[in-house]
Design a protein around this ligand. Structure first.
Ligand code: SF4
Length: 284
């Protein structure tokens, strides 16, 4: 039996506000069928049933993520999704490119509102510590990362940066150290370095990804060479403490969570699937 530990919730959103050179959304064929679906509110009753089912089979964690960018969904709906997840899970995480977190409704930022809903953790995708370089690869308008992190911290949201290692960007040991150092100066205490992902069987696989993909193992090798503290996390993943910043990598073969097992994915059509890739993986 496949073990699962995380429920992913995918709200239907408008077109993403970034156009990352590494985006694989187009390759997740299970999302194609939602192209015709207008932005719609997730059915909260159905989501609650799915949460109860997920908990009954051992899921302990919830992530709000996107076929595109979750912060672009209707903010009231996003608040409702967060609230219902936080009723059942102690840890509710969201993945975002970060650009909309300071957007305001009245006197509240989107971050304030997500915090009110019970969001506990957030991962911001950031390809480079330098604004210009980051915009170049994510093709995203520049935004104030320092202020964004400050607002997240004020709200008690545990924030992590996610960096895709790439040949011409964060692609060597010096740049890894620069990235960690710059992140720390902004108040970030967690970073995950990830390998660029492409679906090997997809002939349309993004050329940029193919040309820039490098193994993330150079990060773990670096951590071992500089002999910093190494310990194990909740899912047995290796964590290095570099000057007070917890550094992890993906893939990490010692991990025992969804990455090695399976995800449950609640898609915009209000059905639960076990795969991003095929409609036949529908569970309920
Ligand atoms: S922010 Fe995410 S969804 Fe948007 S283009 Fe980049 S990788 Fe794709």
């Amino acid at each position: 039996m496949v073990e699962v530990s995380t429920l992913l919730v995918v709200p239907k959103t408008k077109k993403c506000n970034a156009h990352c050179k590494f985006c694989i959304t187009d390759q997740l064929s299970n999302l194609d069928s939602f192209e015709g679906i207008e932005e719609q509110e997730i059915n909260l009753n159905k989501l609650e049933a799915v949460i109860k089912f997920s908990k009954s089979i051992g899921v302990i964690d919830a992530n709000i993520t996107g076929g595109t960018e979750p912060t672009l969904t209707n903010s009231k709906n996003l608040y409702d999704i967060t609230s219902i997840l936080s009723k059942y899970f102690g840890r509710v995480n969201m993945y975002t490119n970060g650009a909309s977190l300071l957007n305001k409704t009245g006197n509240k930022t989107l971050t304030d509102m997500l915090s009110d809903g019970g969001l506990t953790n957030l991962v911001i995708s950031r390809a480079h510590y330098d604004d210009e370089k980051n915009s170049e690869v994510m093709r995203l308008r520049k935004y104030d990362l320092r202020q964004t992190v400050q607002n997240l911290t004020e709200n008690g949201i545990d924030t992590k940066l996610s960096c895709l290692v790439a040949k011409d960007y964060i692609g060597n040991e010096g740049e890894v150290i620069n990235y960690i150092t710059r992140a720390k100066s902004l108040g970030i205490r967690k970073i995950i370095f990830r390998e660029l992902l492409y679906l090997k069987n997809d002939e349309d696989c993004n050329e940029w990804v193919k040309n820039n993909a490098i193994p993330v193992s150079f990060v773990s090798n670096l951590m071992k060479v500089i002999k910093i503290n190494e310990f194990k996390g909740l899912w047995n993943q290796t964590i290095w403490n570099y000057n007070g910043v917890a550094v992890t990598i993906w893939p990490d073969n010692s991990r025992k969570d969804t990455i090695n097992n399976g995800d449950l994915i609640y898609m915009p059509d209000n059905h639960l699937y076990s795969s991003w890739l095929t409609k036949t993986s529908r569970i309920m």
